[in-house]
Design a protein around this ligand. Structure first.
Ligand code: FES
Ligand SMILES: [Fe+2]
Length: 355
């Protein structure tokens, strides 16, 4: 788990005037919106007895602890201790850690680390067409796997014919050599590959899309915790299906990940089909999870400890970038990763408004 990055940590639509707990990096955070509509992020641990402030309530722009009602400003400063006489000074240590947040692309991004503002890398830039022309539906899924391993399967061109052999992978040629160029920058990388042998070319849908359609996938990752899959089926001057799967991975601990997923589509876009789209997204994601759960060890080993082939180039880029930041001392120390037991909340689906 890396520090000094912006983590996509919650859907913007899920952050309201009701405090909301987010668990990641073996820690608890509480998010809420102040009266100006700005998202606020605090450590979800009261300095008095460690209670989860996310079970407390808002008073104006302040939050009250659910245990003894201490009141904290959005800057973390305690300004009221009900059990003390009003003239009693507030202890200097009565304050909560706060975190910078930004909102973009329907997500709240939380900066976790100690870099000064001027040295923080910018938020990633996702393709505009996803948000301007495709219909999104979002959901949250808890996964019993390591987040880096799960990110890696989502930037892997070669797993389709095996992991997804009973679903969309059965239409892809088994013996296709996979080679591609990786486009890389300091925080992200992407690559595209075309599977040119979709079967069932006589179907009505395929003829609408121009005969035997190509199936082009562009896979991207953005450190520390986002992947994007852009899929285009068909074209040739006719209708092309376009899909986007944008996933934020919240590393809860070494073997638990909360994914916040957005599934974009340009077909069957009626909102009453959103439930179907969510089930499809979940089912295909679950095919990955079943196998990723078996990977040993779960935490990503060092590059030299596993085998790599040319088709793994994008995953290798991901591992090298991670190792680069780990070597800079940006890996969270084990004590910080394991000192607090997270308290998870049940998954709730949220709908994401178009931006
Ligand atoms: S634990 Fe928060 S006020 Fe006592
Ligand atoms: Fe997959």
């Amino acid at each position: 788990m890396l520090k000094n990055f912006w983590y996509a940590c919650e859907f913007s639509a899920a952050v309201t005037a009701k405090p909301k707990q987010v668990v990641m990096l073996n820690q608890r955070f509480v998010l809420y919106r102040n009266s100006q509509g700005e998202a606020i992020a605090l450590k979800d641990q009261c300095p008095h007895r460690g209670a989860a402030l996310s079970l407390g309530w808002l008073e104006g722009d302040c939050i009250r602890c659910p245990y003894h009602g201490w009141k904290f400003q959005a800057n973390g400063q305690c300004i009221d201790i009900p059990a003390n006489a009003p003239e009693t000074p507030i202890p200097l240590k009565a304050r909560i850690e706060t975190y910078p947040v930004q909102e973009k692309y329907g997500f709240v991004w939380l900066f976790y680390g100690d870099l000064p503002e001027a040295e923080r890398h910018p938020l990633p830039t996702f393709p505009d067409y996803l948000f301007s022309t495709l219909h999104p539906v979002s959901q949250e899924v808890m996964e019993p796997v390591n987040y880096a391993r799960l990110m890696e399967v989502n930037i892997d061109f070669a797993h389709i014919i095996a992991i997804h052999r009973k679903s969309f992978g059965q239409r892809v040629a088994l013996d296709k050599t996979i080679r591609y160029a990786v486009e890389e920058d300091p925080w992200s990388a992407a690559a595209s590959f075309t599977y040119d042998s979709l079967k069932s070319s006589r179907s009505v849908l395929n003829s609408l899309m121009g005969g035997r359609p190509q199936f082009t996938t562009r896979l991207s990752f953005y450190l520390p915790n986002v992947t994007l899959a852009e899929i285009t089926v068909g074209g040739n001057g006719k209708f092309a299906i376009k899909l986007g799967i944008l996933v934020a991975y919240l590393p809860i601990d070494d073997t638990t990940t909360c994914t916040k997923r957005v599934y974009f589509r340009n077909f069957l876009t009626s909102p009453w089909l959103d439930g179907w789209a969510k089930k499809l997204d979940y089912a295909l994601g679950h095919e990955d999870t079943v196998i990723v759960e078996t990977l040993a060890p779960q935490p990503m080993p060092r590059i030299s400890e596993e085998l790599h082939i040319a088709a793994d180039a994008l995953a290798l880029t991901y591992r090298k970038l991670r190792q680069k930041y780990q070597a800079m001392g940006w890996e969270l120390p084990p004590s910080e990763q394991t000192s607090r037991q997270p308290q998870t909340q049940p998954a709730q689906p949220f709908s994401l408004a178009k931006t």
